[in-house]
Write a protein that binds this ligand. Structure first.
Ligand code: FES
Length: 281
């Protein structure tokens, strides 16, 4: 069992949970994820690692209660425990293995949408600790849905915020900020990393393609076994089938078939609705 050391609300229906999982904390790297289950009969939910502390043996996750299984996890409190906590899974971000001299010459632009700010944070922090500049654009529907703003401000070069209703930062979408920075102001970046809803990543990738800006996206696909055996997480990248759990979750955003990925993501919507109805009875 994996005890919950800390739980706090970050925004409406968005929770931070710090879990005691020393083995995972020791080997986690930016970009990786875990698969968790609330109890033995629970669904396996992939969650990107938001932070980790090898000394404390803890791994921090940010979970949005949007379906029956995530609601079940979010209903647990400090002192409760998760039945399963498998990881770290997936490949670390590419920059983790880039030689330090090469890395320090690069300028990164991160784009985070909604809870995507949580997995972006450890990446920007990791780069900041190595003296690498990274600007960040964070977007959310409204001010109350913004998460990780202050920790991000502490590690980002420049932090730009966009909200759909203009309650904080620019009114509009992250892609509009991106167009302003890269298109109008001509800022130069060597790489863009976008993490958030599939549709956001699709439009970020379309925008950066115009400017020839290399773009990496982190795909939050369905997952079952997390070992490359079941095929649930398959996506098409550059015309080839790839398994997100073992070959991802990060891929070249200009090569991902986002429309297919979004179709597959919606495949179990009916089952989700049935589970929510049973839960409400
Ligand atoms: Fe089963 Fe990736 S989750 S192959």
């Amino acid at each position: 069992m994996y005890p919950i050391l800390e739980k706090r609300a970050l925004a409406e229906q968005i929770w931070l949970m710090k879990i005691l999982a020393p083995r995972v904390a020791r080997s986690a790297r930016p970009g990786q994820f875990v698969i968790v289950r609330a109890d033995e009969r629970g669904e396996r939910i992939p969650l990107t690692i938001s932070d980790y502390d090898a000394a404390e043996g803890s791994v921090t996750l940010v979970i949005q209660a949007i379906g029956a299984s995530t609601r079940k996890i979010c209903a647990l409190g400090e002192g409760d425990a998760l039945a399963d906590f498998a990881g770290p899974l997936g490949r670390p971000s590419e920059f983790v293995s880039t030689p330090p001299e090469e890395l320090r010459r690069k300028r990164f632009l991160f784009v985070a949408g909604g809870v995507g700010a949580a997995p972006v944070y450890p990446q920007v922090k990791w780069l900041h600790e190595r003296g690498v500049a990274a600007d960040v654009i964070v977007g959310a529907k409204t001010r109350g849905m913004l998460i990780y703003t202050e920790p991000m401000r502490a590690v980002a070069g420049q932090l730009h915020i966009a909200t759909d209703d203009g309650s904080e930062g620019d009114k509009g979408l992250v892609t509009q900020v991106l167009e302003r920075l890269v298109g109008e102001q001509g800022r130069r970046y060597d790489e863009c990393i976008a993490i958030g809803p599939m549709a956001m990543m699709k439009f970020v990738a379309l925008a950066t393609k115009k400017y020839g800006l290399k773009t990496t996206v982190s795909l939050n696909t369905l997952m079952v076994d997390g070992t490359g055996m079941c095929g649930a997480c398959r996506v098409t990248v550059g015309g080839r089938t790839r398994f997100t759990c073992v070959e991802g979750p990060e891929f070249d955003g200009h090569e991902v078939d986002f429309d297919e990925a979004m179709r597959r993501q919606g495949m179990y919507r009916n089952e989700e609705q049935r589970a929510a109805a049973i839960e409400a009875e």
